[in-house]
Design a protein around this ligand. Structure first.
Ligand SMILES: [Zn+2]
Length: 201
């Protein structure tokens, strides 16, 4: 996967991000090119586009802010996260196959290079509808090609464990003390995302 480069230039020097443990998903709430988003963020007085990647409806993936740099996409969370924005308004429309496939490919590429990290919609972190009620979150997070099954609670990666423990406590998962759990990676990822959105509280 090689994202396209629009050759964006920055209004000022960017800051290196030291921690990367999350990806935040956004929608643009509009149609348009990566240059158009860049210009609108420059007009706010920012260094330039705040997202690291921009996925268009035609399935092309564009470089935004360099992946090493602190982004400007989620208040209070930019210091540790990569921002991915999808062209369109998913409060009002549904995502097409090309864009969904490109988004999944991009997320798989980030995980392949950086290891497991949390993937969250913007609305899990801020009081916003972003990326929209029609955003195909479960489909975006599904990774059947690398389905890993965790047999016991102790096998579940740390960033999913609190959610799985909560589901066991709620009686939603079998397994005495987390034994014979047999949950797969996609399940853990989707449930962790829903948990961060407050669904199980
Ligand atoms: Zn957003």
């Amino acid at each position: 996967m090689t994202p396209l480069d629009a050759g964006l230039s920055w209004a000022r020097a960017l800051t290196e991000r030291v921690v990367t443990d999350a990806v935040v998903l956004h929608h643009a709430a509009a149609d348009g090119s990566v240059e158009a988003v860049h210009q609108s963020h420059l007009a706010r007085g920012w260094a330039g586009i705040g997202y690291h990647y921009y996925v268009r409806k035609d399935g092309t993936i564009w470089l935004g802010r360099p992946e090493w740099a602190v982004g400007g996409h989620t208040s209070g969370e930019n210091w540790h996260s990569i921002g991915v924005c999808f062209e369109g308004n998913f409060e009002a429309e549904a995502m097409g196959e090309a864009q969904l496939a490109a988004g999944r490919e991009l997320l798989a590429d980030i995980i392949a290079r950086r290891g497991e990290l949390e993937i969250l919609p913007h609305r899990a972190l801020s009081a916003t509808a972003c990326p929209g009620k029609n955003f195909p979150l479960t489909e975006m997070l599904r990774r059947e090609e690398t389905a890993v099954v965790y047999a016991k609670l102790g096998d579940v990666p740390e960033y999913y464990r609190a959610t799985i423990e909560k589901l066991i406590a709620l009686g939603a998962l079998r397994g005495v003390g987390g034994d014979e759990l047999n949950v797969d990676e996609t399940y853990c990822r989707v449930m962790t995302t829903l948990d961060r959105m407050g669904i199980f509280d």
